[in-house]
Design a protein around this ligand. Structure first.
Ligand SMILES: [Zn+2]
Length: 92
């Protein structure tokens, strides 16, 4: 699969650029903490993204990660995923 350059492919947070002209940006997602170029790259398989998503949403209860960047008003991790068109991870 091909990862889009805008928005986090793990949690769907729209405010970061993860790829630039095919290269990873090493931006760290304030929502889920996944780093472009560390946890995933442009050619990362969907299974890996699903596992990262599961770790964030299930194991860590989808908590907002960054202490310096605040979540949008009324932020919800599930709504963020749905708005980004990303599937919810399996719960088990
Ligand atoms: Zn994220």
């Amino acid at each position: 699969m091909k990862i889009r350059s805008h928005g986090c492919p793990v949690c769907g947070y729209p405010g970061i650029d993860v790829l630039e002209r095919g290269d990873v940006t090493h931006e760290v997602c304030p929502s889920c903490s996944a780093e472009s170029g560390d946890e995933y790259g442009g050619e990362t398989e969907e299974d890996r993204l699903i596992e990262l998503r599961r770790q964030w949403l299930v194991d860590r209860q989808g908590v907002w990660w960054s202490a310096t960047v605040k979540p949008p008003m009324g932020w919800s991790p599930v709504e963020q995923l749905l708005e980004a068109g990303l599937p919810l991870p399996p719960v088990n």
